[in-house]
Ligand binder design. Structure first.
Ligand code: DAH
Length: 339
């Protein structure tokens, strides 16, 4: 009998040693100690053994079971450890690999130009005022000397919320808000979005303007010219020259169109300036007395100048952009050129 037990023990030991995974080890356990396992069968054979030998036999089988369990437990610890090592190897991360580069964004070209414009005018003592984009007809037209039947309304057709409320067509609407709210001296710069029902390569239904307004005693067209000369030098380089041409806006009298000398051909005439040597950049003028009086400012004591420019237009000139729609398509290939 002893021999049989020893054989079972040595077989079990070699089976346990041969198991290469916890699962295989479990199968070995079933082989010896499962329902039909060899050790289980020994116990079941107890009834064929003479009564007086049963305690000794029982002890031998128990010792055998304990010996197998010990081997089993030791191998289980080994195998679990090996499996863990393997998992570590499989899931290892090479921390020396180069990382994936994150693209760093950049400011939109219109924001870049807007910031440059703001810097130029802040340097000359202007303060920022931002009016609402959803505006009343009263501020956008009526108080700017553009009554309901005025033909200038045609050129600035826009999107109406109702009869009196619209998406502003010009940042000039902010001038009225400032003058009603503040007494001179006034020196403000007003950037923002404006809207018109236009849509082609050089017009967008939404675009940006930058408005300037100065009201004080003894303000003349010379102050306007001096300020815009300085601005053009900052924006387009030291050689930039400006000229004023007579024009018409209902809210300024006299009104002018301001041209800057062409930075491409320096006045000789080229495709960019359509052969004239000059490029129109903004509208301006001396604030119409009617507008001042409407805002409660005594036009015998005070006078002012105002100007308004399209930010897209300045950006198009500066970066030679062929189509205004490129600004609003959000194509990263276009946008990342301005980093
Ligand atoms: N608001 C005008 C436009 O959108 C531009 C303009 C012209 C603004 C003359 C002014 C100005 O302040 O004085 O076409």
């Amino acid at each position: 009998m002893n021999e049989k037990l020893n054989l079972i023990l040595s077989n079990a030991k070699s089976d346990i040693a041969a198991a290469t995974s916890v699962k295989e080890l479990n199968d070995v356990k079933v082989k010896y100690q499962g329902k039909n396992g060899e050790v289980t069968k020994l116990m079941q054979g107890m009834r064929d053994i003479p009564k007086e030998d049963r305690p000794a036999f029982g002890k031998l089988v128990n010792d055998l079971r304990t010996a197998i369990d010990e081997c089993y437990d030791a191998r289980e610890v080994e195998l679990k450890d090996l499996e863990l090592q393997q998992t570590f190897l499989n899931e290892a991360v090479d921390v020396t690999l180069p990382s994936k580069k994150r693209e760093v964004g950049s400011l939109h070209p219109l924001t870049l130009v807007k910031n440059e414009l703001i810097d130029a005018f802040i340097g000359m003592g202007f303060e920022i005022f931002e009016g609402p984009e959803i505006e009343e007809d009263y501020y956008n037209f009526k108080m700017l000397n553009i009554p309901e039947d005025h033909p200038a309304r045609d050129m600035q057709d826009t999107f109406y919320v109702n009869e009196n409320i619209l998406l502003r067509t010009q940042t000039s609407a902010g001038q009225v808000r400032v003058m009603l709210d503040k007494k001179p001296p006034i020196k403000i710069l007003s950037p923002g979005k404006v809207y018109r029902s236009d849509d082609d390569a050089s017009h967008s239904p939404m675009f940006h303007q930058m408005e300037g307004l100065v009201v004080d005693k003894n303000i003349t067209l010379c102050d306007l010219k001096g300020t815009l000369d300085e601005f053009c030098k900052i924006m387009f380089g030291k050689d930039a020259k400006t000229r004023l041409r007579p024009s018409y806006f209902p809210f300024t009298e006299p009104s002018v169109e301001v041209d800057v000398s062409c930075s491409e051909c320096h006045g000789k005439g080229c495709k960019l300036c359509k052969g004239t040597g000059w490029i129109e950049i903004l509208g301006a003028g001396i604030v119409n007395k009617k507008v001042l009086e409407g805002c409660g400012i005594d036009s015998e004591v005070y006078s002012g100048y105002a100007f308004g420019m399209g930010i897209e237009r300045i950006a198009i000139l500066k970066y030679k952009i062929p189509d205004i729609r490129l600004f609003f398509e959000n194509d990263v290939r276009f946008l990342k050129q301005f980093k």
